[in-house]
Design a protein around this ligand. Sequence first.
Ligand code: CO
Length: 668
Amino acid sequence: MDAKVDITHPLDPLSLAEIAQAVAILTAAKGLGAYHRFPIVRLEEPAKAELAAWRAGAPLPRLAFLLTLDVTTGEASEAIVDLLTAHVTSFTILPNDQPPYGQPPVMIEEFIRAEEIVKADAGWRAAVAKRGITEADIPLVQVDPFSSGFFGRDFEKGRRIVRAVSYWREDIRDNGYAHPIEGVVAVVDLIANKVVDLVDEEKIVPVPKKKRNYGREAFPDVRTDIKPLDIVQRQGPSFTVDGWRVEWQNWSFRVGFTPREGLVLHELAITDGGKLRPVIFRASVTEMVVPYADPTANHYWKSAFDAGEYGLGRLANQLELGCDCLGHIHYFDVPAADDLGQPFVMKNAICMHEEDYGTLWKHYEFRNGIYETRRSRRLVISFFATVGNYDYGFYWYLYQDGTIQLEAKLTGIIQTAAVTPGEVYPWGGMVDEGLGGPTHQHFFNARLHMDIDGGGNTVTEHEFAPRAWGEDNPYGNVFDTKTRTLKRELDSPAVANGETGRYWKVANPQAVNSVGKAPGYKLVVTPTPVMLAQEGSTVARRGGFAKKHIWVTAFDKGEKYASGDYPNVNAGGGGLPAYVAQNRPIENADVVLWHSFGHTHVCKPEDFPIMPVEYAGFLLKPNGFFAGNIAMNLPPEKNAHSRDNREAGDDEGGKEGSGKTGGGSCCH
Ligand code: CO
């Protein structure tokens, strides 16, 4: 339920006490000093088989994974601490001085340190002075330490660097992204604590000075024609929460949270005919990358891997009641470790609530007057992470008909480029005078460790094709659904296709549904562009997962992330392309379905100063999993608080009924 609950299950996130214990055990065993940091501390989760062998009441297997970084040498290590025996069971120094390199994620304290290093650098001060930045301006200049990318330069190989871009601000509350300082990029070595390379372009582009602020003081005249819209649940919500376990309608699952992925859903299952049927063993978003399509100095290297280079969980927001989610909210507080390994509580990091979702099913039969309508309700489990300029919401939805949905919400502030007045910005769209927004793409990757009815699962690919005219198609109206079984990993990488309606299905070939087929779930994807950067480009090597919408791998507990373990300052080649290169069998196997999805973003004035939410995501829909529409038994009560605007009534609308949802009256 929150950071203080007792640990009762092997999948429960590490508690505050366990985090402190793990850090203390490792610190003592390896003689770690004040110069060590802990960019990641998390539960090392038990595998499916280990979990199946565990029974409630038995001792809990509790392993902690710790990533350490020596900030004086740059040496990084991975450790596993067994909390039951209080021993370090594995300890590995990362070979991050060898190709393909790779660094622990950028830490919060480094955001601050990078800014200090940049501002103290004489070369940088001279470069910004050429752009009209005075000594008096410098304290208020905003420095963004951006994950650097990798281009094979000596100062990148095996080094812990960030590339820093800067923004003028007249006031601390100004939106710096309205005032980019173009043509100046400082490369900061976070171990040497100095600027190791400085780009100071010959062409001077004036800093745009027009204010485009977004704080409430910038919009004093708020709308007055909007009345409250209240979500009222007088009898409370329909879900129950026991520690990290949730039940709602027929669904049950466990909530998890990691520094890299943020929200994780474990053991998602649905009760059908009195039997709990597994659907997904573990679901999360393991990466999010934003490659930019501007070849100039401030932008060509920008390709933030927000999960692997920063950590979506580490940057989760504290959600606010009545703002982020409406209605009767259950918050999960998440125990976490700061950069120093100190435990702390991420308050209100996960929000869970119910939402009305319009019509679920309906029919009117004029012959006999049967008129049935049922409204849809969904359970929403969500969190928001702010990674530099952008803010991302991750919303899992569970529906009463067995549908599962993930929706990413993209908002926040676009990256910007200063444009010389009178010139046209060629690498994106203009958003204001002297201000362009570079074209870019956002790619998420969801990792779905499937578990349809337990046991082995098989993934098939399907698409529609018109049938040729012939004896079996005399009227030309027939079309076929073509099916391809993905037998080995290299059969799996694929792109969506809107023309053929390509979709994928995960089924359990050992089970039989009501019509004699294997029960399954269908993955419904949106055929948006995959990564458009050239094959062989540095970002395509590093973010190869985004070159395909679909990948299927045989489960391996070491293969956790679409972009590999350490994408930061990494030369690339890791992650999904490397995983599937093993070409393991995936038919009737313990499979992981990985789905890359995203949004291709050409900037426009409406994106500024804060972009209205864009959506990206996917659906998993039962497809031969159930014997019929499982939502037929929803109660038919009317909502008693709905009212006809033409009729007079009090603010409550309708009358309090017998205590039931609709006061006893029915939808026809
Ligand atoms: Co965007």
